[in-house]
Write a protein that binds this ligand. Sequence first.
Ligand SMILES: C[S@@+](CC[C@H](N)C(=O)[O-])C[C@H]1O[C@@H](n2cnc3c(N)ncnc32)[C@H](O)[C@@H]1O
Length: 325
Amino acid sequence: MGKLTRQQDAFGRCLYDHLAGNTCGAAIERDDGFVDLLYNPAGYFSEHKAWPPHRPSTRTSSGGCGTGLRAGGVTMSKHAKWYETFFDGLYAKVLAGQFDESQSLEEARTIRKLLKLRKGQRLLDCPCGLGRITFELAKMNVDVTGADLTGPYVRRARRRAKAENVNVRFIRCDMRELPFDSELDAVVNWCTSFGYFDDAGNLAAARAAFAALKPGGKFLIEVTNKSALLPRFTPGSDGVVGGVRVVSRRRWDARTSRVHDSWTMSKGGRTERRHLRIRVFNGAEMRKLLRAAGFRDIRLFGRWPIGRLTRHSRRMIAVARRPRK
Ligand SMILES: C[S@@+](CC[C@H](N)C(=O)[O-])C[C@H]1O[C@@H](n2cnc3c(N)ncnc32)[C@H](O)[C@@H]1O
């Protein structure tokens, strides 16, 4: 491998990573029209007969899952965005190892309390990740759907639902384009899952939640509180979560209010590098965005325990209502 260098184009990167025995994230378009993100270059180099079946790529209308190319029911840009590649691979182990069941149950109880959920109400947990909160809410007799962009998470959650015989649905979907129209009692965006896009995209995510809700329905977001983050901001960390060593190097962009974070994850002989970029909000900024999306009756809370949001609250929860008229 001596002289081999990592190429800048997707094909070159895949080739390099394949030969070096690494995994990589790359958006690809195959000769047969298949468009997807790959995390394992071996898939790219597999024999034609081993290629997964696909529906021919089509342009979507504005009413569908967005503009651009569709693959497996989800629209993807040909140029991968960080959130299209960050969560698969070793991060799945980090996510699974981060929270145990008792913590997920406690978080689901908090959600139920803040939303005053009643039996049979329809709720969307998006993004749901591996479904840790979705399952707990389903066990509380909430009519819950989990939605996430990362296909392997959705498939894993469906397998778990089947194995545990839990009445819950999982769909693969982008949070900016939810396939619900004025029909849900609540939408939950939990655990630093908001702020992944540019300003227009973040507003689009809030508007999608608004459109999915019945009049009077509620949107709940749980994220980092910028007012508490900045005084404690550190340029990096190094730790082990879910058996994965995670080395993070981060910087704060004051012009855009975004954290830029480079993660190196390693386990056994496997190493993955991923980058993320998240818009972090203070209370006033969150309120402004939710109002711009049409929400009213916006309440802001801090954790732990649930109470008034202050500059010391590390986590912020916003609960906003779609007006009845
Ligand atoms: C930090 S995880 C949190 C998951 C879950 N809420 C929890 O508490 O475990 C963020 C999730 O956002 C998903 N995601 C990233 N971009 C997305 C998008 N554009 N639309 C829907 N889900 C997305 C990722 O796949 C990942 O599962």
